[in-house]
Design a binder for this molecule. Sequence first.
Ligand code: UDP
Length: 375
Amino acid sequence: MKYYDYLIVGSGLFGATFAYCARLAGKRCLVIDRRNHLGGNAYCENVGGINVHVYGPHIFHTSNRKIWDLVNTIVPFNSFINKPLATYKDKTYNLPFNMNTFRQLWNVECADEARDIINRQRQDVIEKLAGREPENLEEQALMLVGRDIYEILIKGYTEKQWGRLCSELPAFIIKRLPVRFTFDNNYFNDVYQGIPIGGYNRLIDGLLVGIETRTGVDFINHREECINLADKVVFTGQIDEYYNFRYGPLEFRSVRFENEDINISDFQGNAVINYTERDVPFTRTIEHKHFEMFGDEVQKCSHTVVSKEFSVEWMKGMEPYYPVNDAKNNNLYLKYKALADSEKNVIFGGRLAEYKYYDMAPVMERAIETFQSNL
Ligand code: UDP
């Protein structure tokens, strides 16, 4: 019998939600994080009254009423709706792909006209596929929206973001983008959407109320001491690092930001603008105050913080963001997973430990399920 029931390694949304469930069930937990703050990549830094999403834009969205109720009991959410724009060669387009985008591209007003254009532009790939499923992102994108949108709004952005050709990327990445034949710029199809009022740290701190936490503690470098503290370890870091990269490293994409604090009240009139041209070196610009424009304090701010997001290949020492779920990496992950499955007292969960792209709400669902199934 050790002092804690659970040692939770990583205080992102998986770790914090797992800890929350465990505390409610009367378990004793310690949450540690190697960074000097809690919250993983959802962490925000307050810069002169503006919550800066230090690790990139986070927009909470879900159709799961239980998750929405849970997060709102911890901190009320605002009614932010993500409506990103895309810029390509000085022209601006609405996202996700919808009637506004089709009008900007082809000057069409009617859904059937847009459908006809897309169908004509899909003919080549339909013939090429001859009934088989799209095998890569390029084929999938051409099937979904045809050649124009692929060339203008997808190819350059995706190849910058992933550092790989669209023809070498898995098809599923693009499937999460809606295609709509209505004038609706809401980026997500989910029923509920918003940003915690006062920022994400309130959500994380609320989940972790009553739970012991320590930051600046690296599990990997203090493995033995850490393991001895608790009956079970919940590991949310990189699964390959847990096993000292025994079979070689899994590939991740990382992100680098150039932040500017500008002395004007509004820079771009929107939270997110994507730059879909290959030759523009960054993928998007984020103007953080727009996530919380409903708050008086933010509206009154006479300055604004804008981040340019640059996508880079992950190397040791960087923060990993996106797993590269191509066949090679997925097969490598399965080797690590086989090791993980044989552990009796270690539970692996979250984006880095499961090598899987999770949005915030699904990772919370996953943490709840994982807790319940390990009781
Ligand atoms: N994507 C694109 N053009 C855009 C926005 C997204 O081609 O303007 C593609 C790109 O391949 C990206 C995927 O859609 O990886 C998913 O985009 P999402 O916005 O969900 O990515 P995230 O917010 O996770 O970075």
